[in-house]
Each structure stands twice: as C-alpha cells, then as structure tokens.
Design a protein around this ligand. Structure first.
Ligand code: ZN
Length: 174
C-alpha cells in the first residue's frame, strides 16, 4: 500500500482528543530548507506521529522521521549518503512563557496564527539539528585512510627523487 503524504499542518488539540496516528511522507521537493544545509536531499522523509493527551492534560506529539541526505566528508572531500533519523516528543505552546513551564521531557513547538502546528517546519528543524557538526565517512569507507596507507608504503626510489624545482634550478645554472 502506498503511503500517504503527510499533511502540512495539523490541529494538535483536536487530533490529540481523537488519539490520531499519522504515517506518511514529506516529498523531497518540500524539504528545501533542509536542502540548504546538505549537498542533496536524496529521499522523501518518512514520518510517524502519534497524538495524545498526557495525565497532566498536556497535548503530546510523539514521533519519528527519517531521510537520506548527501553530505561532504570533511576528511576526504567526497560525498556520502547519511540517514538522518530523529525521534521527538513535542507539546504545542502559544508563546514562550508557556514553553518555559513545560516539563523537560517535551520540546515546545509554537502554534501558528490558526492554532495549528506546521509539521514541515517542525520536522525540518529536527533534521537540521541532527546534522553532524563535522560530517565524515565511517573510517572503513573513507578514502583518506586508504591514501595514508599507500603513502606509508612509498617506494624508496620515489621518496629519494630530487625535488623538481631543484633540478630546474641546476639546468638554468648550466
Ligand atoms: Zn571520507
């Protein structure tokens, strides 16, 4: 069965009362803000969401999201694919005072002017926050470690070859 496109916005209070679950995707074409932080967004984002009301009567948006992006390795400079997987647990707030009084287990997500949560912005933020500060290959896939091995075994005659600039300087003298 083909999965549905995730709605762009939800009414979290209504959905929490009905204990709504979402399983859907955000198409690559909509992930343009994430695209500014990576070489390329390679797949649609797969998202699951569960809405509920907790014992303190707080609305909870719990879920997961996954997307493949292309990053540039900071060690060898080549591109590689990284899967960004995030888990989140939000509670909607209408202002920052409300955010301060939330229990620590919840991240605040601000409601827009229509009292809705912008799912695209919320999930893109999570992906951007999960990006590695210094993207690098796993060492077994990184080309630098291979090059270093080759360099370490440089044949003796190559290592003792005279500097080409020194050779040029000698020619000019003659
Ligand atoms: Zn690398």
């Amino acid at each position: 069965m083909q999965k549905a496109k995730l709605p762009l916005t939800i009414d979290p209070y209504k959905d929490a009362q009905r204990r709504m679950d979402y399983e859907g995707f955000i198409p690559v074409s909509q992930l343009s803000r994430l695209g500014e932080f990576v070489g390329n967004v390679q797949t649609d984002a797969q998202v699951t969401l569960s809405l509920s009301v907790d014992p303190q009567r707080l609305t909870v948006i719990k879920g997961t999201a996954e997307v493949d992006v292309e990053l540039g390795c900071q060690r060898c400079g080549n591109a590689f694919t990284q899967t960004l997987g995030v888990e989140f647990c939000f509670s909607p707030v209408s202002n920052m005072d409300q955010a301060d009084s939330l229990p620590e287990i919840y991240e605040p997500v601000e409601l827009n002017e229509f009292g809705q949560v912008d799912l695209l912005a919320m999930i893109e933020d999570e992906f951007i926050l999960s990006l590695p500060l210094v993207p690098m290959h796993e060492s077994e896939h990184c080309e630098v470690s291979v090059e270093e091995q080759v360099f370490g075994e440089l044949p003796a005659e190559l290592a003792s070859k005279p500097n080409p600039f020194a050779v040029l300087a000698n020619l000019k003298k003659n």
